[in-house]
Structure formats: C-alpha cells, structure tokens
Design a binder for this molecule. Structure first.
Ligand code: CMC
Length: 377
C-alpha cells in the first residue's frame, strides 16, 4: 500500500473534477460554468443561473420558460410535507424543519422519481416549505405559490401573504444566485460523499443541509446579524465589542475563508446591496456598523496577518434583515440558493463516480481486554 497522505481538514486536497464552479482564491473570482458570478449577479437571475449550472449553457427564452414551468408545477407541497412543516413546534430550528421537509419530498414524491425530478422538487418545494413554517409558527395559514412569480418573489409572497416590492424580490433573487454553487465547500462535499455511495439526490441534499447549518459554514450569516443586534443592545462601540471577542478567543462571524485570500467576490456584491437597502430603511444603520466592523478588523494585527477578510456572510445578513426575512431564516435562505449546486454536484458525481472513502489514522489504544459487565468498576 502507498503511504497514506495526511491532511487534516482536507485543505488543498483535490478529490473531484468539476465543470460547475471555480474559485480562484488569489484573483479572486468565482465562475459558474466559466461565467463570472459577479456578472451573473448583475445581469442574470437565480432561475437562469440554475439552468446554466444544471445544463452547462444559457437557456433560450423557450428553454427558460419551460424550466420555470417545471418548477411551477412542483412548488405546492404534497400533503405529507405540508403536515411536517405546519405541525412543527413553533420554536423548532428552521434549518431542522427545512432539512426534514426536504427529506420528506422523496417520501411523498409526486413525480417520476428520477434524479432530475427529485432535484426540481427540492428547488421548487424548499422555499414553499420554509415559508409555510414561517406562517404556521406565527399562527397563520399557508399561502399557495403563484404561477406568475419566480422563486424569490414567490418566497416573499408566501411568507408575508402579500406581493413583495419588486426591488426586494430582485435582491432576494440575486442573493440566491450568489449562493448557487461554490466549489467543494463542506456541505457540497457532504452531498457528494452521499451521492458517491449511489444513494439518491434527496439524501445528498438532506445531508448537505445538515452540514451547512454549522456556524463555521452557513450559520455565520445569522451569527453576524445576532452580533450586530447584540452590539446595538449593549450600546458598546463596535471596536471595544470586537476587541472583547478577540480577547476571549472568539471568531468574528463573516470573516475568513479557506480559499479566498484578499476578499470574497460575493461579499462585494452583497456589500453594495447592503448599502442600498440601508439607505432606504429606517432604524439602526447596520451598514455603517458593518463598515466599522470591517475597518476595525482590517487594522487588527491578529486578523490581517492571517489573511482574514470579509466573506459572503458578512453583508448578506443585513440584506435579508432589511427584506423582512426572520433572522433564523438566514441560513435556510443560503440552503435554498445552494440547492442548485448540491443537486448539480450530486449529478456530476453520479456521472463519473468513485466511492469517497478516505482513511483515519488510529491513535487510540490497542490490546484492551473485554471486562465482563459485573466486574467493571
Ligand atoms: N475571527 C477570528 N479569527 C479567525 C477567524 C475569524 N473569523 N477566522 C479564522 N481565524 C483565525 C483562527 O483562529 C486561526 O488562528 P490561529 O492560527 O492563531 O489558531 C487562523 O485564523 C486560521 O484559521 P483556521 O480555522 O485554520 O482557518 P480555516 O481555513 O479552517 O477557517 C473558516 C475558515 C471560515 C472556518 C474561519 O475563517 C471561520 O471560522 N470564520 C468565521 C465563521 C464564518 O464566517 N464562516 C463562513 C465562511 S464563508 C461562507 C461559507 O462557506 O459558508
């Protein structure tokens, strides 16, 4: 046997080929199928980008209409999935509810059960399920999706029961697009590991949602907002609050990335949007607070020496907040966007599969004898 390679955290280890997204950490840039994600954020839509990632080329108008039609046909929840979200305890963690709902889309599948059908169902039903949970926990009836609204507008409509402001829907659409795929991040890798056992795509997405939930991954967008709300409540100034966090050895959410060195191109787009929404929204000036956070950390030796810069989660939270999305729905929003990448990467894994099966170095004891239960101390 060749000598095993030891790389804790799998940093810089290549385990798959992909044509889906490329992150150049030095430039830095993010490409979806070779197209700059920042350009797509400006010119394209979430659904068009989903088509691009799934199919490898831009759709014609007819192709996009038909793709949208396939999503529209699947947006409503089957009875079983609706029961799960509407009967979830009102204090349930939304990511747990979303994970359960997505998992149940295959239990109560209403299509032909192919990978494509199940993937479409995940994309179409996840926003409906999350919105229905949001309404149920506030004591309201679920709102049925509308055929004339796209994924982002439909989500805001189903959550609030009224047609959203056009710009708000556009902003949410861009946010979903910016999260659509991102190389082999922890959740996507989780999904690919599951797909590599030849398990089904819904299992892959369900596992990926579990991985995204953690604070080192998707959980950071909610943590950023909670940090800002805490700073506001404590009436401390931003720098002494952050100095205290670093003193206590805490990580500042929204900063740092395994691949990006100088900045995260998604954060740049979110920063512009965060500025726009903050200028139009009353109440605390979250954008200026975040700029203070960013400025403080840029000056902070312990941070910039380690090459830590803002990531996608720094500015996305205040954007969702300004759209009226509840704070504990921020990570599920990330999950809804990333479902495009999870499903596309699972398909890519199926197309050229080899079981993912790394090894661990055993560092425990050996030769330990079995002690009968009555003789144990
Ligand atoms: N605040 C303070 N210190 C930090 C931070 C941070 N946000 N991020 C990294 N460090 C320090 C870390 O303590 C370590 O210091 P030392 O070498 O003295 O022990 C050093 O930087 C290297 O950290 P690492 O954990 O080895 O780096 P990593 O590549 O494993 O971590 C990360 C990447 C994203 C997990 C990390 O930067 C982090 O925990 N950030 C905060 C959570 C966050 O914002 N996550 C969202 C990531 S982007 C969206 C997504 O992919 O989900």
């Amino acid at each position: 046997d060749p000598e095993p390679i030891r790389r804790i955290g799998l940093e810089n280890v290549v385990v798959a080929d992909t044509e889906l997204s490329h992150i150049d950490g030095e430039k830095p840039e993010l490409l979806y199928r070779g197209v700059d994600a920042q350009e797509l954020a400006e010119k394209s839509s979430y659904e068009e980008t989903a088509y691009l990632l799934w199919n490898g080329g831009f759709p014609t108008r007819d192709e996009l209409d038909s793709f949208r039609g396939e999503l529209d046909d699947r947006r409503s929840l089957s009875h079983g999935v609706a029961e799960i979200v509407e009967h979830a305890p009102e204090d349930a963690v939304p990511m747990d509810v979303l994970r359960s709902a997505v998992s149940a889309t295959s239990v109560y599948g209403d299509g032909d059960g192919t990978t494509r059908d199940r993937s479409l169902s995940v994309l179409a039903k996840a926003p409906t399920a999350l919105a229905a949970f949001g309404r149920a926990r506030d004591g309201y009836e679920a709102v049925e999706p509308r055929e004339d609204l796209d994924t982002a507008a439909n989500f805001l409509y189903m959550l609030n029961g009224e047609e959203p402001d056009e710009r708000h829907a556009e902003i949410l659409d861009t946010a979903l697009l910016l999260h659509a795929d991102h190389g082999l991040n922890a959740s996507t890798f989780t999904g690919r590991v599951i797909a590599s056992t030849e398990s089904d795509v819904v299992s892959a997405v369900t596992g990926a949602i579990g991985a995204l939930k953690g604070p080192l991954h998707g959980g950071a967008n909610q943590d950023v907002m909670e940090m800002l709300l805490d700073i506001e409540d404590s009436q401390k100034d931003v720098s002494s609050y952050l100095a205290g966090m670093l003193e206590d050895g805490e990580r500042v959410p929204g900063f740092g990335h395994r691949v990006y060195e100088a900045f995260d191109p998604r954060a740049e787009v979110f920063k512009k949007i965060a500025k726009e929404v903050s200028e139009k929204t009353d109440g605390p000036d979250w954008f200026s607070m975040l700029e203070e956070v960013e400025a403080f950390l840029r000056e902070e030796k312990r941070i910039h020496e380690k090459g830590i810069s803002p990531n996608v989660d720094l500015y996305s939270g205040t954007v969702y907040y300004s759209l009226g999305v509840p704070v504990d729905f921020f990570v599920p929003m990330f999950a809804i966007g990333r479902s495009v990448g999870w499903t596309a990467q699972a398909q890519e894994q199926y197309d050229d599969n080899r079981l993912v099966r790394p090894r661990a170095e055993y560092v425990g004891e050996r030769g330990v004898e079995y002690v009968p239960i009555d003789e144990r101390e």
